[in-house]
Write a protein that binds this ligand. Structure first.
Ligand code: SF4
Ligand code: SF4
Length: 381
């Protein structure tokens, strides 16, 4: 058997062995688990902590765990966190400084924390999101060194989607429920009369080396066909889709649309959509000092284009209205992101829809802008 080229199959015990090998090698294994009424991403010490038998029901502004009879581990779509929680954490100390006895100031650069991560259960949309953050945070002249160190050491195990959520729309963003690149191993879970098992595809030399230490078999035709059918079925069951137009052009032609007032009347400018988005990367920095003023630290933390201070120049914020801030977010995601980074900033994971407290739906907003633009064009406005 050629581990690197053949499709392999492991059972639930094999998945347990895979996690044991990773943990035994000192990897910090992060994967989905049930906590606080949601499937969250957290450190796993055993595959038994995976959300076996749990699924989710999603809608705009709504998330609910549901029991599944098939005992599947990866039959849930994106939860409230994405992998940026670990690769690009919400708060990180950059440096600190102390006043010394002779009155001078001593600076200390912070060594970035870079655990040897193994991410288990990365969805194809999130693989694309990681690739986007790679370009943003390590692709330019100035690398985010903390992100770079964590990302280079990370081992990625994808889980292809077999159960898309009602807020998922990756297919209409050019992705899909299948993982095509960017992983060390890709799993496709299948549960049928032949049993509960995982088709494994190897995506890197590290992945092949790892599988040599995990009990597996070559996948038979039944497993391969069942896995492909599950992923193809997911492609057909996407909960949502973007309007089939050039979104980049749509945004460029919609700067003065009336729809921005409509969405601004509903948007709380809370920034939840940017916090849960796997591609949003904006940060700000703040200095904190102790009461004596002898010790100071600089921290980097996530920021949001929905914050009033985000566009603060001298004299005040440039985008002072909710209309301007929502328009900035959507236009950047779907249009000007191409100018900066060569792709869309949206992978269609649906998190911003699910976790928006006002139930604002990015696909509905794009659709409304498209309808308004079409009406204006027809009316000669
Ligand atoms: S769109 Fe929703 S999640 Fe985003 S800022 Fe507005 S209310 Fe908050
Ligand atoms: S904009 Fe929304 S759907 Fe698109 S990647 Fe971000 S959270 Fe996911």
């Amino acid at each position: 058997m050629d581990v690197a080229r053949d499709e392999l199959v492991i059972d639930r015990a094999g998945l347990g062995a895979l996690v044991r090998v990773l943990v035994g090698r000192g990897r910090t294994v992060i994967g989905p688990t049930v906590r606080d009424g949601a499937v969250v991403l957290a450190e796993l010490t055993s595959a038994e902590q995976l959300p076996y038998g749990w699924g989710v029901e999603l809608e705009a502004g709504r998330y609910r765990l549901v029991r599944r009879a098939d005992g599947a581990a990866f039959a849930h779509s994106a939860g409230p966190q994405s992998w940026k929680t670990f690769l690009h954490p919400a708060r990180e100390r950059l440096w600190s400084a102390d006043r010394t006895a002779d009155g001078s100031v001593e600076f200390r650069a912070e060594e970035p924390e870079a655990p040897s991560y193994a991410f288990l259960g990365v969805r194809p949309c999130d693989l694309r999101a990681i690739a986007i953050q790679d370009r943003v945070l390590t692709g330019g002249r100035y690398e985010d060194t903390g992100y770079g160190a964590r990302r280079r050491g990370a081992f990625l195990i994808a889980a292809e989607c077999t159960e898309p959520g009602a807020t998922c729309f990756c297919v209409s963003m050019g992705g899909g429920p299948a993982a095509d690149a960017g992983f060390d191993l890709a799993l496709t879970e299948t549960v049928d009369e032949e049993g509960h098992r995982f088709l494994v595809r190897v995506g890197s030399a590290d992945g092949a080396e790892l599988m040599a230490h995990v009990p597996h078999e070559r996948a038979g035709a039944g497993t391969r066909e069942s896995a492909r059918a599950a992923v193809d079925g997911a492609r057909e069951r996407m909960g949502r889709s973007m309007p089939p137009v050039d979104l980049r052009e749509l945004m460029g032609a919609s700067l003065d649309a009336d729809r921005w007032d409509d969405v601004a009347a509903r948007c709380l400018t809370c920034g939840n959509c940017t916090m849960v988005c796997p591609t949003c990367f904006c940060v700000t920095t703040e200095e904190v000092t102790d009461l004596t003023g002898d010790h100071t630290e600089r921290w980097q933390q996530w920021d949001s284009c929905f914050d009033l201070d985000f566009s603060y120049l001298h004299e005040g914020p440039v985008r002072s209205s909710g209309r301007a801030r929502y328009r900035q977010w959507l236009t950047h995601k779907l249009s000007t992101w191409y100018d900066q980074f060569g792709s869309s900033g949206c992978v269609g994971c649906g998190r911003c829809i699910t976790w928006c407290p006002a139930g604002i739906d990015i696909t509905e907003e794009a659709d409304a802008l498209h309808t308004e633009l079409a009406a204006r064009t027809e009316g000669g406005r």
